[in-house]
Design a protein around this ligand. Sequence first.
Ligand SMILES: NC(=O)c1ccc[n+]([C@@H]2O[C@H](COP(=O)([O-])OP(=O)(O)OC[C@H]3O[C@@H](n4cnc5c(N)ncnc54)[C@H](O)[C@@H]3O)[C@@H](O)[C@H]2O)c1
Length: 116
Amino acid sequence: MKILVLGGDGYLGWPTCMSLSNEGYEVFTVDNYSKRKIELEMGFEPIQKILPLQQRARLWNKISGKKIKVFIGDLCNHKFTYNFLKKIQPERVSYAKEILEVRAGWDSIEEFVLED
Ligand SMILES: NC(=O)c1ccc[n+]([C@@H]2O[C@H](COP(=O)([O-])OP(=O)(O)OC[C@H]3O[C@@H](n4cnc5c(N)ncnc54)[C@H](O)[C@@H]3O)[C@@H](O)[C@H]2O)c1
């Protein structure tokens, strides 16, 4: 089953990606690196260096033999979001600790609704 994890570069997003991949889901994830940009602007950095999402995904794919596919882009950019959702057509979407069912068909993207 295809599952999309939002914010895959984040504190919760990345472990969620690995956990779901390990469970056998076909995992896709998206992030715009905005947290890293904010950290740079504010002059903060994580206590422990964290590899960029694409590098972590490459390592995971190599070590686990499974595949996490990464998209870099802004979910607030409707064209980007429309295009990549259309391309991957996930059956589920995961963000933070919630896993939400995609209730609508992908033929009609306007009907795409996520509910708690
Ligand atoms: N960390 C916790 O213990 C915890 C607990 C409860 C709830 N939450 C909530 O869960 C969510 C995720 O938490 P986290 O700690 O993983 O945060 P995080 O900041 O580490 O991760 C969020 C990720 O989303 C990305 N992102 C933000 N806006 C984006 C956009 N427009 N397009 C694409 N990517 C975007 C950021 O770059 C970042 O990598 C937050 O809303 C947080 O409030 C976190």
